[in-house]
Design a protein around this ligand. Structure first.
Ligand code: SF4
Ligand code: SF4
Length: 281
């Protein structure tokens, strides 16, 4: 993303809409400027502000005149008065920033918008997490923080060494050069995105060691990490295996989302009693 200095009138409206705090008013040139390294190409500035097409010279003059009388002339807060934002044509590897940060853009690898995964929200249709398994979503970054792929890779390599299975239909997995080691493409390691999600699954009995591993690696990386856990309910709609492990680890449980089987049934078919056959003449 770029701000055209010929158009910007330094009203400052855009500095409030950038989720990364990447836009600042450069006091030397009196124009809004984007910190390119921090910008994650989310397009919130370009899409989030209405664009007016006022003449920049006219607006600057009016603002100066008003200032003389200790008055302010400011555009409406949700407007860039001079349509100063100009999206850069993005090329690889910078393109990956937008793919993970602009919720309007679907991921090529999965066709899903945003972080590019439905996680286990659609487990009743996808059947990713089976009985006896637990699925984890490990989420990196947040607005204001973001994450670089180098830090995501640290977590992935540690998880790979622990022998987890990475979800194949996941944008981060699709950027790995080696799914067995968790290594991510070298050319994107310094790219920063708003957030990304790694998905893994393990047998239920490995729940605690995996969570402890995530806690350990989290201390070594410069972002925030959130863990989501997906488990299968029993036939009464309850879950009594993974929940107690999480409680033991100090989590207060809230049931977040429950899939009730509106998709296709992914449980193995229950054995049916032998059918009595009736001959019909
Ligand atoms: S909203 Fe537009 S005119 Fe105002 S500071 Fe930002 S880029 Fe410049
Ligand atoms: S594209 Fe997003 S991160 Fe970059 S300057 Fe605009 S709002 Fe900020």
């Amino acid at each position: 993303m770029k701000i055209n200095p010929g158009k910007c009138v330094a009203c400052g409206n855009c500095t409030y809409v950038c989720p990364m705090g990447a836009i600042y008013i450069d006091q030397k040139i009196h124009r809004a400027t984007i910190n390119r390294d921090e910008c994650v190409e989310c397009y919130a500035c370009f899409n989030g502000l209405s664009q007016e097409h006022l003449n920049p010279t006219f607006v600057r003059t009016v603002r100066r005149v008003f200032q003389t009388f200790r008055l302010r002339f400011d555009p409406e807060p949700d407007v860039c008065p001079t349509a100063a934002f100009e999206p850069d044509p993005l090329t690889w590897p910078r393109l990956v920033r937008r793919a993970f940060s602009d919720p309007r853009v679907p991921h090529e690898s999965t066709g899903v918008h945003g972080r590019g995964t439905e996680e286990v929200k659609t487990n009743d249709v996808s059947g990713r997490v089976k009985i006896g398994e637990v699925g984890f979503t490990i989420e990196f970054g947040r607005p204001g923080v973001g994450v670089r792929f180098r830090d995501i890779q640290k977590m992935c390599t540690a998880l790979a060494r622990a022998g987890v299975a990475f979800e194949k239909k996941n944008p981060v997995t699709s950027l790995m050069t080696d799914i067995a080691t968790g290594a991510i493409r070298e050319d994107i390691l310094d790219e920063k995105v708003l957030s990304a999600i790694v998905e893994i699954k393990v047998p239920v009995e490995r729940t605690e060691p995996i969570i402890r591993l995530v806690w350990e690696v989290e201390k070594q990386i410069e972002t925030v990490v959130a863990i989501g856990v997906g488990a299968r309910c029993d036939e009464t709609g309850e879950e009594s295996v993974v929940g107690p492990i999480l409680e033991k680890l100090g989590y207060k449980l809230e049931r977040a989302k429950t899939n009730i089987g509106l998709g296709r049934i992914t449980n193995p078919a229950a054995p049916q009693p032998a059918q009595e056959t009736i001959g019909v003449k």
